[in-house]
Write a protein that binds this ligand. Structure first.
Ligand code: ADE
Length: 438
């Protein structure tokens, strides 16, 4: 790749002789030249700027000087194959990201025009954008203002050069790093000594267990990204996240929807939720029923037991605790649970210390996203706070997925019952879990 940098402070670019970029230049992987813009001035004072038309503070760089300089630098390259990018660093440019660096690494040639003062006369970018074979990009390295484009040019050159084949010794190190293909920030790294100032290296890293190390690093990357760059997490696709990823994210307050990870809040439901709860129940209840149960029985149950009136009663009944999971941004309900306090398990005596987890449903779009576990945890905590020491539930005997999920939550099968849905008796397993005092 050929890179030309034009500046009024060529010395500012001296670091490009060092380290990996310097080596890449020496080995011929990168052909880089720094030019003094003032070489193209014609007056005694070597003037590059003037006062802004329309008034205002500061000085603006003259288009005629830049035009002569850029014509000379671009003209030295006869190949008009569309592979030249003219980069103009500017706080008003598009944000320069790893994706930009990747795109630029595919160019044949980069020309960086470093402005100073209030910037370069806008006609320069406008003019070169019409030049065949040249693409103009104004790029900002962040939402802050520097004194000129030189530092940004250093940033751009280093970020692009390390992506050129052969510049970084081990190309695999480019995959896992922050802003790499995984879309996550990189996990924390450690080296010798294994203990330093009372701080040991996490044990798993010295275990020699490769799979565990990989999982640990992935978990830390997810945690870091959630805490520091939630915007990056939101850009991941659901396919990029496995079951363990989802479990980790759920523990951090996230769920995985069709559009990728989003933040979800689990909270006590309020009477105003009744309409949305009835709508959610109408979607989720039929999906939990066995295929043998006719749609009429299901519809009858939904219409009489899960309607707005029923939910309004549930939400105002002091003997019931309803929790909802809601998307933190939109407020849309994604799942709900209902605990009935003092409700005895079938075949058991009434007891103050027994509660029933009578409902636990999650919208099918977000199944497997970690919400059900959070809802059950909230329901269990609420049951404990209300004095329950045992929490039980009934779930359709044919619903193996539900049974496995409740087992993961600590429930065990303790019996059977029949459950009426729209006048049809269904075979349920009864599962129960001890509840720890809060
Ligand atoms: N010139 C001045 N501030 C800049 C920034 N944030 N990015 C790129 N070029 C700049």
């Amino acid at each position: 790749m050929r890179i030309d940098v034009l500046t009024i402070f060529p010395d500012y670019l001296a670091p490009l002789e060092l380290s990996l970029v310097g080596k890449a230049r020496q080995s011929g992987l990168l052909d880089l030249a720094v030019h003094d813009l003032r070489a193209w001035t014609t007056d005694r004072h070597r003037t590059v700027d003037d006062t802004p038309f329309g008034g205002g503070a500061g000085m603006v760089m003259r288009p005629d000087v830049w035009g002569t300089a850029l014509d000379a630098v671009l003209g030295a390259d006869p190949a008009d194959d569309g592979g030249t990018v003219l980069l103009v660093p500017s706080p008003a440019g598009e944000v320069f990201t790893q994706r930009t660096a990747e795109e630029l690494a595919g160019a044949r040639r980069l020309v960086l025009a470093c402005g100073r003062y209030e910037g370069i006369d806008a006609r320069v970018a406008e003019h070169y954008a019409t030049r065949p074979g040249v693409t103009v990009r104004e790029v900002s390295i962040g939402d802050y203002v520097l004194n000129g484009g030189e530092v940004a040019a250093l940033v751009v050159v280093e970020a692009v050069a390390r992506l050129l084949p052969g510049v970084v010794g081990n190309p695999e190190s480019l995959v896992e790093e922050s802003h790499g293909a995984a879309g996550l920030l990189e996990y924390p790294v450690y080296t010798k000594p294994p203990a330093w100032r009372d701080l040991p290296v996490p044990e798993v890293l010295t275990s020699g267990h490769h799979a565990k190390v990989t999982r640990w690093r992935r978990d830390r990357a997810l945690e870091r990204t959630a805490a520091r760059r939630p915007d990056l997490l939101e850009r991941l696709t659901p396919e990029a996240l496995d079951r363990e990823d989802r479990r980790v994210l759920a523990g951090l307050g996230w769920y995985v929807g069709p559009g990728g990870p989003r933040r979800a809040q689990v909270r006590r439901a309020v009477p105003d939720d009744a309409v949305a709860l009835a709508a959610l129940a109408a979607v989720t209840f039929p999906l939990a029923c066995p295929p043998s149960l006719g749609s009429e029985a299901i519809a009858a149950h939904v219409a009489t037991q899960l309607d707005v009136g029923s939910f309004t009663r549930f939400l105002t009944d002091p003997g019931r605790v309803v929790h909802v999971a809601a998307d933190e941004d939109t407020g849309a309900l994604l799942g709900y649970t209902m605990v009935v306090l003092g409700s005895p398990a079938p075949g058991h005596e009434d007891g103050e210390d027994v509660a029933e987890l009578s409902k636990c449903y999650v919208h099918p779009d977000v199944h497997g996203g970690g919400l059900a576990g959070r809802l059950v945890a909230a329901a269990t905590t609420a049951a404990a706070q209300h004095g329950a020491r045992q929490l039980w539930l009934g779930t359709n005997a044919g619903n193996r997925r539900a049974r496995r999920f409740y087992e993961r939550c600590g429930f065990a099968v303790v019996g059977r019952r029949t459950y009426d849905v729209g006048g049809v008796a269904n075979d349920d397993v009864v599962m129960s879990t001890p509840v720890l005092a809060p």
